[in-house]
Write a protein that binds this ligand. Sequence first.
Ligand SMILES: CC(C)(COP(=O)(O)OP(=O)(O)OC[C@H]1O[C@@H](n2cnc3c(N)ncnc32)[C@H](O)[C@@H]1OP(=O)(O)O)[C@@H](O)C(=O)NCCC(=O)NCCS
Length: 199
Amino acid sequence: METSAIQEGEIEKVEFESSEIEYVSYGGEYHLPLIMNLVDQELSEPYSIFTYRYFVYLWPQLSFLAFHKGKCLGTVVCKMGEHRNTFRGYIAMLVVIKPYRGKGIATELVTRSIKVMMESGCEEVTLEAEVTNKGALALYGRLGFIRAKRLFHYYLNGVDAFRLKLLFPRLDLHPSLPMMAEREDSHHHEPKDNGPTQE
Ligand SMILES: CC(C)(COP(=O)(O)OP(=O)(O)OC[C@H]1O[C@@H](n2cnc3c(N)ncnc32)[C@H](O)[C@@H]1OP(=O)(O)O)[C@@H](O)C(=O)NCCC(=O)NCCS
């Protein structure tokens, strides 16, 4: 869904400690103008208020906002649901304003949503990004997303998109994965046939 509007230029960066950034889950209608402002500024695809409401009303737990000294500087908006026999998460919008970029804020926002998706039983997460959006492709690549498909002329501006996909490991199918090994260590090698446990 996402498409970046503006090229990076000379930006005045803000000095801050990462501990000064406050991350909050979508809290209600008063957050909506903040999200819309950020997305309208930074993404080229125009969205109506109904699109925003669709996401934040149905999946408020998957949207997060980042604040610095009361100023909203970043947001992520997502959904999840059944899709062709899989339960999957979808990242619809991700934005951090320019003075705050390159400090891990988008990574933190998106990681929070992904964590909730994982805890809610999603097997995978997808999104679309412009093939020219190096920043987003690098960010999602670092998080383990793969390029599943190229979608030709996907955006209104005519640019192609990559469909990116993150598959969550099925711990019951891959017991040798490090995550599982860690779990087993911390549970003193309890029998495996209990199935995966909730944290
Ligand atoms: C993409 C965007 C959300 C990244 O926000 P951010 O807070 O700067 O991202 P992070 O600091 O968490 O970046 C983490 C990693 O992403 C990659 N990355 C982010 N921006 C990058 C850029 N402009 N160029 C290259 N790599 C970039 C890097 O791998 C970075 O790792 P590093 O810290 O080791 O350098 C931000 O640039 C933005 O809002 N862009 C406009 C809207 C947009 O394109 N949204 C995504 C649509 S799919």
